[in-house]
Write a protein of this length. Structure first.
Length: 539
């Protein structure tokens, strides 16, 4: 492929220095871009797309990243919020690939050779390896997140389509430039067919886009209710009475928690199998750090502080800072009994939904932990209707003893012939649910765990009844979904976007065709983009 004389300005040499790490003065004979250089440019373009996809994946994973933090804590025994580090690494990879690709395109427009330096080649391969390692890690340890990504497309596809159209329109310039420089007919046709095939697929992509938020505003369902996941864990230590009060202040209707039974039969609030993450067990009982949470007696549990860790670790990056009064209250939080939680919730007019953790096999109440918990609920004398029962163990017995207690099922069929009236499912199950059909059967649907506005908006448009969240203060403030577009309006957006892009593509190829004719007639080529455009307009 022949190269043009190009521009020998300081600007072009500066670009060449950054891309090839060589500072050259304008030579009499220009260097050529070899086939190997073209291969590396192709790899650079693919790396850019690869890193861009990883950035999108990372932004979607932020909704569930707290689960990843907890997983690493269980593995390593040390707490760290990986949100900021995660975003910084991804941003650096995308920025590097983007700048390098921009340099290559500018060099191409200036007629300079694309000799990628070895350092950049090594770094490109490193970017590919890092992104590939991240994808493999997600697939091995966090496979359910692929379902989250597929679901996210319902919220982002209309805007990704516009971005893809803009990208293919910008890419038309270097493609057209390369097309008219290729002399052999076969590669020329192959390049054109490949580019037009990708462009056509992008232009017609909206035919495959389906989103519940493509609706008329008058058809928008009511805003979903809020369920505090372990309370309000961004405002107070999780599973504490302070968290219960913050949940009520957030406007949530339900406090979701986890219950265990102590070694002496007292149900208490705790999520983890070990106490080290949310208490000071390491300083109070240093020899029992690895003991199961249920192996402690209630007298021992009362000695633990369940709030200081929250102030030291700040488990949620970006969470609102606590006031001085709240900090003092958080500092004094202890592990609460289920009974005192129920009584406090009744005062605050909050319902309680809890999962019941089975104790170890050697536990005194291994076989009777369900009945022990049920007796505590009944003896507390709170209204049965305020308790939402999640455990599947001995559900028939629980229904018989407490018929007014609301039974919540983790699957649509449950373990009974009776159709469930309340479903509590992960938000990834949304595509599997017929929300309208469930509502016709008087079945309410709660999805967990929803922390980001885009996801809450999607579930709002879908008609979900309630969501479990860590960020109740954010979702409480939302008065409408992030976006809501009538179908006819989106159709116009689609047609206008594609139409403008098609016109720009035709103009780009026509401009390069005119430049190619001038090159054949004069033997020279206008190297600067603005000069090409000006000459074309003047003619």
């Amino acid at each position: 492929m022949a190269e043009s004389p190009g521009c020998c300005s300081t600007w072009a040499r500066c670009l060449l220095c950054l891309y090839s790490c060589h500072w050259r003065k304008c030579p009499k004979e220009r260097m050529r871009t070899s086939k190997c250089d073209c291969v590396w440019f192709g790899l650079l373009f693919l790396t850019f797309l690869f890193s861009l996809c990883w950035l999108y994946i990372g932004l979607i994973l932020l909704n569930d990243l707290h689960n990843f933090n907890e997983f690493l804590f269980r593995q390593w025994g040390r707490w760290m919020d990986w949100s900021l580090a995660f975003l910084l690494v991804i941003s650096l990879l995308v920025t590097y690939a983007s700048l390098l690709l921009l340099l290559a395109l500018l060099l191409r427009l200036c007629g300079q050779p694309l000799h990628l330096h070895t350092i950049h080649k090594v770094l490109l391969l490193l970017v590919v390896l890092l992104v590939a390692a991240g994808l493999v890690g997600v697939d091995v340890q966090w496979r359910q997140e692929w379902r989250s990504l597929r679901l996210s497309l319902q919220a982002t596809a209309p805007f990704l389509h516009i971005g893809a159209v803009a990208g293919i329109t910008l890419l038309a310039w270097p493609v057209a430039d390369t097309f008219y420089h290729i002399r052999r007919r076969g590669p020329k046709i192959l390049l054109l067919l490949l580019f037009l095939g990708v462009a056509l697929a992008i232009y017609l992509a909206p035919l495959c886009i389906s989103s519940p938020c493509l609706m008329e505003p008058r058809d928008l369902p009511p805003k979903p209710g809020l369920v505090g996941h372990r309370g309000a864990p961004m405002l107070a230590p999780e599973n504490t009475l302070m968290s219960l009060r913050k949940t009520a202040e957030c406007g949530a209707a339900v406090f979701e928690t986890d219950v265990m039974v102590s070694s002496d039969g007292i149900p208490f609030l705790m999520h983890d199998e070990h106490l080290s993450r949310t208490t000071d067990v390491a300083s109070v009982f240093p020899a029992r750090i690895t003991d199961h949470s249920s192996d402690f007696s209630w007298a021992e549990l009362k000695r633990l502080n369940a709030g200081a860790w929250f102030l030291e670790r700040r488990p949620f990056w970006g969470a609102k800072r606590l006031s001085g009064r709240d900090r003092k209250e958080a500092q004094t939080q202890t592990v609460p009994m289920l009974e005192e939680l129920l009584k406090e919730a009744a005062v605050l007019n909050l319902s309680i939904m809890f999962d019941l953790r089975r104790p170890p096999r050697n536990h005194t109440y291994y076989d009777t932990f369900v009945n022990q918990t049920l007796e505590t609920v009944l003896s507390s004398r709170v209204p049965q209707a305020m308790v939402l029962w999640l455990p599947d163990e001995d559900r028939a017995h629980v229904q018989k003893r407490a018929p007014r207690m609301r039974q919540i099922y983790g699957q649509q069929g449950g373990d009974t012939a009776e159709r469930p009236q309340f479903l509590n499912l992960p938000y990834q199950d949304l595509p599997l649910l017929d929300i309208k059909g469930l509502h016709q059967d008087n079945v309410s649907v709660n999805l967990f765990v929803v922390n980001k506005a885009w996801l809450f908006s999607l579930l709002w448009c879908a008609g979900v009844d309630s969501v479990t969240t860590n960020d109740c203060q954010l979702l409480q403030q939302m008065r409408h979904p992030v976006w809501l577009i009538p179908p006819q309006t989106y159709l116009m957006m689609w047609l206008v976007t594609d139409g403008v892009s098609i016109l720009l593509l035709l103009w780009t190829f026509l401009l390069h065709g005119r430049c190619a004719q001038d090159r054949q007639r004069t033997g020279f080529e206008t190297a600067v983009l603005l000069t090409r455009i000006n000459n074309f307009i003047m003619e």
